[in-house]
Design a protein around this ligand. Structure first.
Ligand code: ATP
Ligand code: MG
Length: 460
């Protein structure tokens, strides 16, 4: 574990390891199993990622959407698929007081498509391009990179179909990974899983293949053999995974059109110089996909190695009561992205660092400090004072821990003489200035360009 990971224990430890900051004393209340607080240091990563994805989405014409934290259970059951991990065992489902079945959203695509239908977005110019950054909930076995609440960034391009769009969606994802500084460690895997008709024929071929080999399958995979054998290809069970390698391949069952479509997507990827590998067994964990499916893997990691993925889902909007509408999308898990960024030692610049700390002694000094702090902030200086702490020495210690470049000291002498001391914390030198010169002097030292102003006339 790197030093950085150590300081961020809360996010990246195996479940159950937390709490030793309290030296054996277990606080009476802990976060529930599998979920985590995002402490300020980690929030810098979330903010950074949000900035990058927003910028890339804006460039490509995507607009942000947020759907509720919970939906009617049917929204997921009908779309994600009855035989998938998500629906069979990972959903947080509960009844409300009127007995309606609700589910904390385990994924983002079905809710966005529900919203597309509900708000008549087919009347808008197509394609409709939407993105989201939201928490999702899955009742999984918690381990590093696998949590019960996790964040995803995702985007959907709805209302048009063409192999060029598939390539564009992959390009957008790829550029985002590049901007985040993690593209090099990821491998793009891609497959084409054809249309509904060819999938039915393929499913039969898979059944024939697995019949007689049931003893190598996990109970879960045995059940899938009846319900939806394609799901077996997504199994995380070791024996099944070995068996899967010799299973019939999708590419021998998809139509000529699908094959051509796939070849076009690959051609565009080559034109764009996006490295990829084809993976015949890639089906992804949700039933609603067709044609192109893809996933970005971290090859060095074990089980939790998917850092993001997506695919085409041309039948989904119809399943939710809309007109047949083609669509394609992508989603990535922020916790896994952050872990990857930390491994790659990606620096995340933060604007949160304070400029100045005000230390004061005595009632009159405190009276002067409060308007001084206000004035500094009004001029774009990030300022804070320990107004409750009496001893100047202790206040300076706190200032030191905040790593501020400057401290303003106001003691009884300074009050009497109408002055203040400015201390340069990096070298320890002190200068006495007239009280009304404190603000301009600090601005001079910080530099105009580093001031922190909110500009309300700037477009959001
Ligand atoms: P996996 O195969 O690892 O279970 P998945 O196929 O279930 O992933 P998706 O439903 O495609 O994942 O979700 C998109 C992304 O969200 C994944 O690539 C991963 O980065 C992230 N993700 C999925 N489940 C979790 C989880 N429980 N905790 C943290 N991140 C997750
Ligand atoms: Mg999963």
């Amino acid at each position: 574990m790197s030093a950085d990971e150590k300081t961020n224990k809360n996010l990246y430890v195996e479940d159950g390891d937390e709490g030793d900051e309290n030296e054996g004393r277990v606080p009476p209340f802990q976060t529930p199993k599998g979920v985590h607080d995002i402490l300020p240091h980690d929030h810098e990563y979330y903010t950074y990622i949000k900035k990058i994805v927003r910028h890339r989405c804006r460039q490509a014409g995507f607009k942000r959407i947020s759907t509720p934290i919970f939906e009617y259970t049917e929204v997921f059951k009908r779309t994600v698929g009855e035989a998938t991990d998500i629906v069979t065992k990972e959903m947080y489902t509960f009844e409300d007081r009127k007995g309606r079945s609700l589910t904390l959203k385990p994924e983002g695509t079905a809710p966005v498509c529900r919203a597309y239908v509900q708000h008549g977005m087919h009347n808008l110019p197509q394609p409709v391009e939407l993105y989201y950054i939201e928490p999702f909930f899955r009742y999984e076995r918690p381990q590093a990179g696998r949590y019960r609440q996790f964040w995803q960034f995702g985007f959907e391009l709805i209302g048009e179909t063409d192999s060029a769009l598939d390539a564009q969606v992959i390009l957008l994802a790829y550029r985002i990974y590049q901007d985040l500084g993690i593209a090099d460690g990821l491998k793009l895997q891609i497959n084409n899983i054809g249309d509904l008709e060819s999938r039915k024929v393929y499913a039969e071929a898979l059944r024939d293949y697995y019949y007689g080999k049931e003893r190598y399958l996990s109970d879960e995979d045995k059940a899938r053999l009846q319900k939806n054998p394609l799901r077996i290809l997504d199994s995380k069970h070791e024996d099944t995974m070995i068996l899967n390698q010799s299973a019939p391949k999708f590419k021998d069952f998809i139509s000529k059109e699908s094959k051509e479509y796939h070849e076009e997507v690959l051609m565009f990827l080559r034109d764009l110089k996006i490295p990829y590998v084809e993976n015949d067994n890639l089906v992804r964990g949700l039933d609603y996909y067709n044609q192109t499916v893809f996933e970005f893997y971290d090859e060095k990691k074990g089980g939790q190695n998917s850092v993001g993925g997506g695919g085409r889902f041309d039948g989904l909007i119809e399943l939710l009561g809309g007109q047949p509408t083609p669509a394609i999308g992508f989603g990535m898990g922020l916790e896994r992205v952050i872990a990857q960024m930390k491994r790659n030692k990606v620096r995340v610049p933060s604007k949160d660092d304070l400029h100045v700390f005000i230390a004061q002694l005595g009632k009159e000094a405190k009276r002067l400090s409060i308007p001084l702090i206000d004035k500094l902030r009004e001029k774009g200086i990030k300022a804070m004072g320990a107004l409750g702490k009496p001893a100047i020495k202790n206040q300076l210690k706190i200032a030191d821990r905040f790593k501020v470049p400057y401290c303003v000291l106001i003691g009884e002498t300074e009050v009497r003489e109408g002055k203040a001391i400015i201390r340069d914390m990096s070298v320890g030198t002190q200068t006495t200035v007239a009280f009304d010169k404190v603000v301009p002097e600090i601005i001079k030292r910080i530099g105009e360009k580093n001031l922190d102003f909110y500009n309300p006339s700037e477009p959001v």
